[in-house]
Design a protein around this ligand. Structure first.
Ligand SMILES: C[S@@+](CC[C@H](N)C(=O)[O-])C[C@H]1O[C@@H](n2cnc3c(N)ncnc32)[C@H](O)[C@@H]1O
Length: 275
């Protein structure tokens, strides 16, 4: 059975409101939504956002992974996203040859114009199924779970959702997280995956519960810890603590700051990275 992470449950804070940059249909930029998702993203070098749309989660990440690949099938949307972010837009084959397998381009963000299915194809696994890779996957909602009549230029049929899940569960190394409205297909196919839920508000103002399924344990460290906290109140308390600590630190002589940094660094490394 898919398990509901209790901590994640606590993070299903009050459904947030959409701001102007979050108005993309099905976008994940609402308060409470992006907080929950980013607080589940482990440290990674390669970040994949499949079904990128407006790439709300990528945009909200304050600490970006070294390489980010935002995959969108709708050509105009891919171009718009690339222009808006000021990053290149390439087809997946070009990315595979020149970025994943080559030395022409290295770190950076790439909008990948193409189908998520082309990326996930078994032949390409060696390039993408890596321990240090993370996939955030936000496919169009299954048609039967929607209350709205809005449609994307490219939708997924139920059989394509099933195919997607069948492929995802065969990945061996990469960490993956996928969102959906609650439904039997995901519940059944991803029964071995961990699940947290959160609330989102549709364009018509309806509050809906969404599920985020993950194939990895709850991460101790995060790619971007800036939003850490189970809810708004907890995040505010942590922010206040950070400001207080920083103020005290800044008032110390430089050499005292230096030795404290060394000791903190060693403690952190011994505890979390050498374990
Ligand atoms: C739910 S929206 C993504 C919203 C996005 N997470 C955000 O926050 O802005 C789904 C997107 O997937 C795109 N899409 C549909 N089928 C696709 C496919 N096979 N491969 C890649 N993108 C696809 C749609 O064009 C749409 O932009």
């Amino acid at each position: 059975m898919a398990t509901t992470d209790k901590k994640g449950d606590a993070r299903s804070c009050k459904a947030g409101t959409a701001s102007k940059n979050d108005s993309y249909f099905g976008g994940k930029g609402q308060d409470g939504v992006f907080h929950t998702i980013i607080n589940q993203i482990p440290p990674c070098d390669d970040y994949w956002e499949l079904f990128a749309g407006n790439a709300s989660i990528y945009r909200k990440l304050k600490y970006k992974p070294k390489r980010c690949f935002l995959v969108e099938k709708y050509h105009s949307q891919a171009k718009r996203l690339a222009n808006n972010l000021g990053v290149p837009c390439f087809g997946f084959d070009f990315v595979m040859v020149n970025v994943l397998n080559g030395s022409m381009y290295k770190d950076g963000t790439y909008v990948v114009w193409g189908s998520a299915f082309d990326v996930l194809e078994i032949m390409r696994r060696e390039y993408i199924d890596k321990h240090n890779s993370f996939f955030f996957i936000d496919p169009p909602y299954m048609l039967g779970t929607r209350t709205s009549t809005n449609r994307y230029k490219h939708e997924l049929a139920d059989e394509e959702h099933q195919q997607l899940l069948d492929w995802l569960i065969t990945f061996k190394n990469a960490k993956m997280a996928i969102t959906t409205y609650p439904n039997e297909t995901y519940q059944q196919k991803l029964q071995q995956w961990r699940m947290v839920d959160y609330k989102s508000v549709t364009r018509s103002g309806e509050v809906r519960v969404e599920h985020l399924y993950m194939n990895y344990p709850s991460p101790q460290l995060l790619q971007d810890p800036s939003y850490f906290g189970a809810n708004y109140r907890e995040r505010e308390a942590y922010n206040k603590q950070q400001r207080n600590w920083l103020r005290k630190f800044q008032n110390m002589p430089p050499a005292q700051q230096q030795i404290i940094l060394y000791k903190l660094y060693n403690h952190f490394n011994d505890t979390y990275t050498n374990a």
